[in-house]
Design a protein around this ligand. Structure first.
Ligand SMILES: C[S@@+](CC[C@H](N)C(=O)[O-])C[C@H]1O[C@@H](n2cnc3c(N)ncnc32)[C@H](O)[C@@H]1O
Length: 437
């Protein structure tokens, strides 16, 4: 897990402290406790049996973020906030040592860690109360708000780049599922009714949105070199914030997976972790939510967008230029943000704007720390065209007939469009300003 920006953690006095206390108590009043709910009580009891100790986090439903964990006492910077015993973690090792381990070992072709954990979750879920993991499984969501759960109408409302990625991810999900049933249908007949697509999608997104990073090490029974996923009950109730700062990892001495906060929390505040510096496109695709003021937000262009420049502006020496752009991996981050064009996008546009003579010295553009789009009129024109076109596309969508009945997914898709539009508008403003300057 990665850490992110430090909160200002000085002691708050006077009006600032009063305001914060008022805000805390408002958040507290608006939140609904859920620690008394049957599933949570059973989870805590069961975890206690396996050595999970006391901690200062209590499950609550928060108005902005849904279910999460609240500080039941003041928490200081560097405090250990949660420690989950090894025997309560689900990793590929857990699965290989389980009653279905022999199947996983025989699977051809080998499964990747996320497939293995998904197979295990599906298997244990169908056992109901008979599963040793039942107290955990019953706290897991039944469905998700990632685009894999969107209807065609919902998908159409997404910004184009997210739509394309969502389609790719859905296709990948089908491939991963097919790899499961190809083997199980032939060799493991009793699993056929259990491994439905619906069960797989749920298990896959459970692992996708809730697992933590834990180095397990390569295994001859696991596909790929990366074997580092763990499901961690209770800990996976922590929501994401860009302001959270944590350290996380497995502690061999105590045999627990630990999270330590690097920022303090007051009693009644929601405690967060960081899922990494993710923009809203990634948050929606992987986790099914977006953050209105996400400092990592960018608008991504694709190589297809650059190809449109070829058609509209009849860009000369296209083959050579596109080869350089691909070769130098400029397509990896063709983005803009509140801060303007990314270095890669600005450099790609510079290359596209070059005449034959300039193109002979294209390497010069690669060595400049910041590329001055400002001084290059053609480059400016390209940039403004790309941004204006993307803004136009943002508005060009079918709002559902009955706006009143708009679903959660549709609302998120439209919200994402608005956020993207704001980024594009700010980029356009800065480009126009440069021209005026
Ligand atoms: C690790 S779980 C966190 C606990 C989860 N809220 C629950 O009720 O089980 C990750 C999921 O929580 C939700 N989530 C996490 N952080 C969020 C945030 N800042 N705002 C809204 N939803 C969030 C998303 O649905 C995400 O897929």
């Amino acid at each position: 897990m990665k850490t992110w920006c430090m909160l200002n953690v000085r002691r708050r006095k006077g009006r600032v402290a009063r305001n914060r206390n008022q805000r805390n108590s408002k958040e507290h009043n608006d939140s609904i406790p859920c620690a008394h709910e049957k599933e949570i009580v059973q989870l805590r009891k069961w975890m206690k049996l396996y050595g999970f100790g006391k901690c200062s986090l209590v499950p609550y439903i928060f108005p902005e973020t849904g279910r999460g964990l609240m500080a039941s006492a003041d928490i200081s910077s560097d405090d250990l906030i949660v420690a989950i015993p090894r025997c309560l973690l689900i990793t590929t090792e857990t699965v290989l040592a389980s009653e279905i381990g022999h199947w996983i070992k025989r699977w051809k072709p080998l499964l990747c860690p996320q497939q293995i954990l998904s197979v295990y979750l599906m298997w244990e879920t169908q056992k109901g109360a008979a599963s040793e993991w039942h107290p955990y499984i019953q706290t897991l969501p039944g469905s998700f708000t990632t685009p894999a759960y969107f209807t065609d109408t919902d998908l159409q409302l997404l910004p184009t780049a997210v739509f394309q990625r969502a389609v790719q991810l859905n296709q990948k999900l089908c491939v991963f599922y097919q790899q499961i049933i190809d083997f199980s249908d032939t060799y493991w007949p009793e699993s056929v009714e259990i491994f439905t697509f619906e069960a797989f999608r749920r298990a896959w997104y459970t692992v996708n949105s809730r697992s933590v990073y834990m180095e397990i090490g390569k295994s001859e029974f696991v596909r790929g070199v990366e074997n580092n996923l763990a499901l961690a009950p209770f800990l996976d109730l922590l929501n994401h914030s860009t302001q959270a700062q944590i350290t996380a990892g497995y502690d061999r001495e105590s045999k627990t997976y630990q999270i330590r906060t690097l920022v303090p929390y007051r009693r009644y505040e929601q405690v967060f972790i960081s899922y990494g510096p993710a923009d809203n496109h990634k948050l929606l695709l992987e986790y099914g939510f977006i953050l209105p003021n996400n400092p990592h937000d960018v608008f991504n262009f694709t190589f297809d967008d650059l190809e449109i420049l070829l058609r509209v502006f009849d860009v000369q020496f296209w083959d050579k230029k596109s080869e350089i752009i691909r070769q130098k991996h400029l397509i990896l981050n063709l983005s803009c943000s509140d801060e303007g064009l990314s270095w890669r996008l600005a450099t790609a546009l510079q290359i596209l704007a070059m005449d034959w003579q300039e193109l002979q010295q294209w390497r010069g553009a690669m060595h400049q720390e910041t590329v001055s789009v400002k001084n290059d009129r053609l480059c400016q024109t390209f940039a403004r065209y790309l941004v204006t076109k993307a803004m136009f596309e943002m508005d060009n969508h079918q709002v559902p007939d009955n706006f009143e009945d708009i679903t959660v997914n549709q609302k998120m898709a439209l919200q994402l469009r608005n956020i993207d539009k704001e980024i594009l508008q700010k980029t356009l403003d800065s480009l126009v300003k440069h021209v005026k300057d």
